[in-house]
Design a protein around this ligand. Sequence first.
Ligand code: NAP
Length: 284
Amino acid sequence: MARLIDGKAVAQQMQAELAEKVATLKSETGIVPKLIVILVGDDPASQLYVGNKERAALKAGFESEIVRVPETISQSDLLDLIENYNQDKTCHGILVQLPLPNHINDQDVLLAISPDKDVDGFHPMNMGQLWSGHGSLIPCTPAGIIKLLDTYKVELEGKQALVIGRSNIVGKPMAQLLLDRNATVTIAHSRTKNLAELARQADILIVAIGRGHFVTKEFVKEGVVVIDVGMNRLADGRFVGDVKFDEVSEVASLLTPVPGGVGPMTITMLLEQTYQIAKNKGLS
Ligand code: NAP
């Protein structure tokens, strides 16, 4: 029976430590890390996510502001708004909540955020640095997964790792972080053939697809470590992961639950990276 990877507990511990680090930074330099979250429109899921981010930030002693703009905002007005925060010396981290309305080009928006305030790590410059093995601002979900694997002392070197999903925010950066740790990494996606057979060879299986209960016991070998990134909302409002938890937990050695696994770590890494930017500013 798999041991649970308790992301909620790890995140709480890290956030408590962060609160102490923030208090120290403030008393030694007068700097308070500040996170700006820009929310375009009123998508209910996005509202929930940005609310959670702001609450966690304030609890850890950060300054945080949700800047709400209407869904009809023009792209140029949105870029101007971002530029204001790029120039604002009191603001350390800027995040634009995705998805954006269709009339706004995601890539233009990500490019507009100053790379040194890009706490989500989505700017092509930060992506490129990650791929060249010198990442500093890293997409928060994969960064949080590495932290969980470290906390649970999962050996990565020389292990077979399979990442299912190749998005820019999860799958691709996840693969690179595993490669940095000397795992042998395979990336699978919707055109991959014989996926279950491929997955059964993995020692570490990271699943980021967005399809509830997709990964069954046919995908896993005895003792595998499984990280379930999926967040799939059921008709009754509950969330389930991409992994069929009950089946897979009988075979895996370690497994993240949904909710309470990867999700809380994503917010924690966002705060950690905002703190690091503010701290580096204090040192410069
Ligand atoms: P995404 O951009 O939609 O990417 C999904 C990936 O899964 C794509 O690469 C796709 O392949 C692949 N895929 C889809 N169906 C597949 C199949 N049948 N077999 C194999 N691969 C398949 O999604 P995402 O943004 O990476 O997010 C993935 C999941 O993680 C979602 O449920 C999301 O809500 C969740 N998530 C959670 C957090 C958190 O903090 N907990 C953060 C981010 C995302 P193709 O490229 O070939 O289309």
